[in-house]
Ligand binder design. Structure first.
Ligand SMILES: Cc1cc2nc3c(=O)[nH]c(=O)nc-3n(C[C@H](O)[C@H](O)[C@H](O)COP(=O)(O)O)c2cc1C
Length: 202
């Protein structure tokens, strides 16, 4: 029984885009049907223009599919990936979450299996807080949070965040910790928990 996984991300300069790609690759290896969806960019063109890395990533991902409510309804499981913004969720992702009231009211977000990832410029710049802020919304949905905990050695190697994989990026956009395996483990675990649930609900 194949699990449908939707990966929702926001990324200005490519980090969370990369995390989303690694997660998708691992989830597909685990047998999931995967959609990767960026959330709609809301920043004015003038802001994007001022940052060459942002502009470059914006142009490179211009034609990637944008997240819709149908994607949320379609999937059994979700992975969210966002950069921290002052220790919180970027407004682009928050706006998408704030359009889910109708689905929530119909109970259509209940029992979805979900986990989240993040990035920040500083090792203690708010990654954990950002993931927990996402989880607060998911709890309101009645979703089932499949946090990685310390269920695999890759989590320790990637910096040891049990809430969800997170990474530090320097000003040139280089990832400071090697988190690829932690991302892959988190994706496979999210798919596995969704599979257990799907079988159990048959
Ligand atoms: C408005 C704004 C606020 C930010 N706030 C923080 C912060 O609170 N802590 C931190 O370490 N980095 C902060 N950053 C840095 C971003 O988190 C970092 O650029 C991002 O994780 C890179 O991810 P991306 O390549 O997917 O965009 C901030 C960046 C911006 C533009």
């Amino acid at each position: 029984m194949s699990v449908k996984l939707a990966i929702f991300y926001y990324s200005s300069t490519g980090t969370n885009h990369q995390l989303a790609q690694w997660a998708a690759e691992a989830a597909r290896e685990a047998g999931a049907e995967v959609r990767i969806r960026k959330v709609q960019e809301l920043a004015p063109e003038s802001a994007i223009e001022q940052n060459p890395a942002w502009k470059e990533h914006y142009e490179a991902t211009k034609n990637e599919p944008v997240a819709t409510l149908e994607d949320l309804e379609w999937a059994d499981a979700y992975i969210f990936s966002v950069p921290t913004r002052f220790g919180n969720v970027p407004s682009q992702m928050k706006q998408f979450l704030d359009t889910t009231g109708g689905l929530w009211a119909e109970g259509k977000l209940a029992n979805k299996v979900v986990s989240a990832m993040s990035s920040a410029q500083n090792p203690h710049g708010g990654q954990e807080q950002t993931i927990l802020a996402l989880y607060t919304t998911f709890m309101h949905w009645g979703a089932i949070i499949a946090a990685p905990g310390y269920t695999d050695p890759s989590i320790f190697a990637g910096g040891g965040n049990p809430y969800g994989t997170s990474v530090t990026v320097d000003q040139d956009g280089n990832m400071k910790e090697d988190v690829k395996e932690a991302v892959r483990h988190q994706a496979k675990r999210t798919v596995q928990v969704a599979q257990w649930l799907k079988k159990g609900m048959q």
